[in-house]
Design a protein around this ligand. Structure first.
Ligand code: AHR
Length: 318
């Protein structure tokens, strides 16, 4: 499968890559897009949004799926540079280790847009803009709900945390934002925290281990819906009632997560919108023309209680 994807990424075409503004003389634009993978419902919705928006805006999209591996993303970016695409967009699986390949793109005069996830490069001239959520704020929102929900009790609150992919921006930032808020009150204790790699299967597996070694779990904080949904299976398998015996907070608000919230199995969801495609294509058109774009474009997002999920579900797009 990987060979097929790499081959697709290596198919030659493209027009830009030289001079100040890239793009073909006829105004057509080719974008090379390196996606993280297909690890979650969020990711599936994000891929669909990018592919549909490219079509609608007349941008030719070269798409590759990195299967959650940084080396695959670096290979894909290098192949896009070789093909002289007009613009490269990617959602970096982890934050570190991008400087070399981003310098190669800059040397080839191909603009790069970060979408969804950030890199930790000190040199911000390596990319034109970063479009995506404020993951620290998402973590804070999760923490605030927890603090408010337990504000009438002085008993200790034992929390387990299912982290996203190790080293990824959403895992680092959602952990940090949550810790910042709950850290103000010592009754909140994170008694176990481990990665579930943003997948349902890993979420279930790690939650099973948490339940075996910790008999008194009050709260699960999962960095995405998929891990939360896997954990629900583990909790039910252990004879406990998700949403009651163990309160659950997740991030994303994909349909399956929202259904579990409406059903009372999840208690609160912090939204993270995957519908980045249209904004990404607008930004791509601008950077290809050499126009100035904001260094950071933050996605607008909300939160959902169980009642709000019931109302929102019928019109939920993803
Ligand atoms: O980077 C966004 C995160 O990646 C989503 O919250 C998660 O579901 C996905 O895998």
């Amino acid at each position: 499968m990987l060979a097929g994807l790499t081959a697709a990424a290596l198919t030659s075409c493209g027009s830009g890559g030289s001079g100040g503004a890239s793009g073909a003389d006829d105004g057509s634009i080719t974008m090379g897009f390196s996606q993280v993978g297909a690890e979650s419902g969020w990711r599936t919705a994000n891929t669909k949004s990018v592919q549909e928006a490219a079509k609608e805006s007349g941008i030719t999209l070269k798409f590759s799926d990195a299967q959650q591996k940084q080396e695959n993303q670096i290979k894909a970016i290098r192949s896009y540079i070789q093909q002289k695409v007009d613009v490269i967009a990617f959602s970096p699986v982890v934050e570190s280790g991008w400087d070399t390949v981003l310098k190669e793109a800059r040397d080839a005069k191909i603009p790069v847009i970060l979408t969804d996830r950030a890199v930790d490069s000190k040199d911000t001239t390596l990319y034109k803009t970063f479009l995506g959520s404020d993951f620290v704020e998402e973590g804070r929102k999760a923490g605030k709900w927890l603090v408010e929900s337990f504000n009438n009790s002085t008993d200790p609150v034992n929390i387990v945390e299912l982290q996203g992919t190790t080293g990824s921006a959403p895992a680092n930032d959602r952990k940090a934002g949550f810790a910042e808020v709950i850290g103000a009150d010592p009754k909140f204790k994170v008694i176990a925290s481990q990665t579930g790699d943003f997948t349902r299967a890993k979420g279930k597996e790690v939650m099973e281990a948490f339940l075996k070694s910790n008999p008194d779990i009050d709260v699960l904080y999962a960095h995405n819906d998929d891990m939360g949904l896997g954990a629900i299976e583990a909790i039910e398998g252990a004879g406990k009632v998700p949403g009651k015996d163990i309160k659950i907070i997740t991030v994303d608000a994909v349909k399956d997560g929202m259904q579990a919230l409406a059903d009372g199995k999840i208690n609160y969801i912090v939204e993270c919108s995957p519908l980045l495609g249209p904004q990404l294509m607008d930004l791509a058109k601008k950077v290809v023309k050499g126009e100035t774009v904001p260094a950071r474009v933050v996605t607008e997002e909300t939160t959902f209680t169980q009642e709000q999920a019931k109302t929102a579900l019928p019109n939920r797009k993803y």
